[in-house]
Design a protein around this ligand. Structure first.
Ligand SMILES: Cc1cc2nc3c(=O)[nH]c(=O)nc-3n(C[C@H](O)[C@H](O)[C@H](O)COP(=O)(O)OP(=O)(O)OC[C@H]3O[C@@H](n4cnc5c(N)ncnc54)[C@H](O)[C@@H]3O)c2cc1C
Length: 293
């Protein structure tokens, strides 16, 4: 991927600038439902390739995931539910798959998930690779299966090599493509893609982008999921940490440049973590499209 000619890169970039997807979470309150509807209406204008909806580990938002997906589809948007397996039984996961199939859903994002703290029953599945194998066994090629990838490695992995091996097991089990954990350091993404290619994996690995819009939130999230904030960006954020408008401006500017560079180097798409908000994603996608026209 690093050695593309400039012509094929710009073709890929022109294509990828249209092939972007958006991630949402199922709202838990009537206000959240209304807010997500407004967000959806605004982001629908950008014609995303698909929208994905997260799934609480242990099935905590199972119904919310499906109903949110169905609302999106009702508006003519492609929508893919996530499915996390930790805490689930083979029977409960099979039931969810049957339900997804009965609604004509053909795309899932398959994950292990994290158990809520204090919960010890991991259920029938230990890792996402087992879920991918189970989905293939139960439903054949019905679903396009996306899995998670971690350019800066999953925080529970014993080593980078172990995590790469774990990722390969998901691909070998039948995953079609991957979406990465968000990152702010593009070198980590390209290094990961190179490592995957060297290990014989040729599935599309779509970078996940989460524009920074909140100083405390980015610090909390990155601690939890292992993504790092490069020193220069961290210092710039520190300087404006008490000015929410300036944080958003900085976060959007950084994410826009990040996307431009990723697209120029030929990524297969971009997945935005929207946190159920529209402004930052709209600003970034508009800037990317303005550059192409
Ligand atoms: C794009 C994306 C979407 C997400 N959506 C959701 C969601 O909707 N709901 C949710 O609850 N969470 C979601 N998450 C978070 C995810 O569930 C957590 O990061 C979770 O900790 C790992 O899930 P996984 O599917 O990557 O697990 P896995 O691929 O199973 O990996 C988990 C850990 O186990 C290790 N491992 C894997 N296989 C083995 C093995 N055979 N032996 C030893 N170690 C192994 C890996 O190296 C890693 O450290 C999402 C993450 C991403 C990147």
């Amino acid at each position: 991927m690093n050695g593309d000619s400039s012509a094929s890169r710009s073709r890929a970039a022109a294509n990828a600038s249209r092939v972007f997807s958006l991630e949402f979470f199922p709202p838990r309150t009537p206000e959240g439902i209304e807010k997500l509807r407004a967000t959806r209406r605004q982001l629908a204008q950008l014609e995303p390739a698909f929208c994905s909806v997260t799934f609480g580990a242990g099935g905590s938002t199972r119904e919310g995931t499906l109903s949110t997906v169905l609302e999106f589809r009702g508006d003519g948007l492609e929508a893919a539910p996530h499915l996390s397996c930790i805490g689930g039984s083979c029977a409960s996961i099979a039931e969810v798959l049957t339900k997804y199939k009965s609604h004509g859903i053909h795309h899932v994002v398959a994950l292990r998930g994290d158990l809520p703290s204090g919960t010890v029953d991991t259920g029938d599945f230990r890792y996402a690779s087992e879920l991918v194998a189970f989905i293939r066994k139960e439903t054949g090629d019905h679903f396009h299966i996306d899995v998670a990838a971690y350019p800066e490695y999953h925080p529970q992995a014993r080593s980078a090599q172990d995590d790469l091996d774990a990722f390969k097991r998901k691909i070998d089990a039948g995953a079609d493509s991957a979406i990465t954990q968000y990152f702010y350091n593009a070198d980590a993404y390209w290094h990961f893609v190179d490592e995957c290619q060297a290990a014989g994996m040729d599935v599309p690995i779509v970078p996940g982008i989460m524009p920074i819009t909140n100083y405390e939130q980015v610090n909390r999230f990155t601690r939890m999921c292992g993504a790092t904030v490069p020193m220069r960006l961290a210092l710039e954020l520190e300087k404006v940490k008490d000015n929410p408008g300036a944080i958003t401006q900085l976060g959007v500017a950084h994410a826009t440049v990040q996307c431009m560079e990723l697209l120029d180097r030929g990524v297969p798409g971009i997945h935005f973590y929207t946190l159920n908000r529209s402004t930052a994603t709209r600003m970034i996608v508009s800037a990317l499209r303005a550059r192409k026209s």
